[in-house]
Write a protein that binds this ligand. Structure first.
Ligand code: NAP
Length: 287
């Protein structure tokens, strides 16, 4: 129940109507029995600075950030975590000592579902499809797991080179190799860990996959295929990979885990990850 004492959390973006975060965060809040509510907060780019000043004025306890504000918010914060600086984006804001502090929980969210699998990550060949914002969190996640060399595949040579260059001055200790889409047939048979960070196959283009069926057939036995897309669930990419005997991880797991990591920062309590996942699966009609 919302009362006079209820504390506010939320997510800002433009548009914000599609966000699944209110569903899972309010399910977690109800399960924990804490006096909070999590709201969708539509904020246009030109109002970003005014909005976060207003959030401070009304004592918001924290908020998530989605498109298009993940980079734009960074100079407006009084502290930004190391991981958010390396990823180049903030998705979670909390009240800091002198003003708003920001971090990025996508890396933690990406890694969490992988903890269940025993691998020698230093010997694992990670192949990332795409070089956008999510791919940056995936690169950092792979290095945190222990990967030392990462292959990134993209369709634009100039953007690939730019992506590769962007890691040179960072002390991550990882080597990024870049490849065009045409090189996938040679790359896939070595890909122990194949991650789709492109939107190819996302609803409503549910019959698309970033990989043609014949190329996916080259995937090694026991590989992990991870798709950051959460609708449809599973994607065609994951169905193809499962047919090759791969372990499939869907984007819903990452979405839930990045949300849980944010909630833990705000509440200082361990969030009910299973309930958050179940609320989303119900909301999306998957169960
Ligand atoms: P983004 O910054 O726009 O990057 C998209 C990337 O995909 C770019 O490298 C783009 O390359 C590439 N791409 C787009 N269409 C392509 C195509 N037809 N063929 C080949 N490459 C293509 O987007 P993002 O923020 O990284 O998000 C990417 C996906 O991850 C989305 O589906 C998003 O929903 C998902 N995501 C999920 C989570 C989660 O928690 N599960 C979190 C973040 C993101 P070009 O620049 O050459 O177009």
């Amino acid at each position: 129940m919302i009362t006079g004492t209820t504390k506010l959390l939320g997510v800002i973006g433009d548009p914000i109507e599609h966000s699944l975060s209110p569903v899972m965060h309010n399910a977690a809040i109800a399960s924990l029995g804490v006096d909070y509510v999590y709201l969708p907060l539509p904020v246009k780019s030109e109002n970003l600075a005014a909005a976060i000043a207003g959030f401070a004025a009304i004592g918001l306890k924290g908020f998530n950030i989605t498109i298009p504000h993940k980079q734009a918010i960074m100079p407006l914060l009084s502290e930004v975590s190391e991981v958010a600086k390396i990823v180049g984006a903030v998705n979670t804001v909390y009240p800091g000592l002198k003003g708003w502090g920001g971090t990025n929980t996508d890396v933690e969210g990406f890694i969490a579902p992988l903890q269940a699998y025993q691998r020698d990550w230093s010997q694992t060949k990670a192949v990332i499809l795409g070089y956008g914002g999510a791919a940056r969190a995936v690169v950092v996640g792979c290095t945190q797991l222990g990967c030392t060399e990462i292959d990134v595949v993209g369709r634009n040579q100039a953007k690939l080179t730019q992506f590769q260059q962007s890691w040179v001055d960072l002390t991550l200790g990882v080597k990024i190799h870049i490849h065009t889409w045409e090189q996938l047939p040679e790359l896939t048979p070595q890909a122990d860990f194949l991650i789709n960070t492109t939107p190819v196959g996302m609803y409503p283009q549910v019959e698309q996959s970033p990989l043609e069926a014949e190329i996916m057939q080259g995937l090694p036995q026991g590989a992990i295929a991870y798709d950051l897309i959460y609708t449809p669930n599973p994607t065609k990419f994951l169905r193809q990979a499962q047919q090759q005997g791969a372990i499939a991880i869907d984007g819903l797991e990452m979405l839930v885990q990045q949300g849980a990591a944010a909630l833990k920062i705000w509440l200082g309590q361990t969030p009910p990850v299973d309930i958050m996942g179940e609320s989303l699966r119900k909301h999306l009609g998957l169960i």
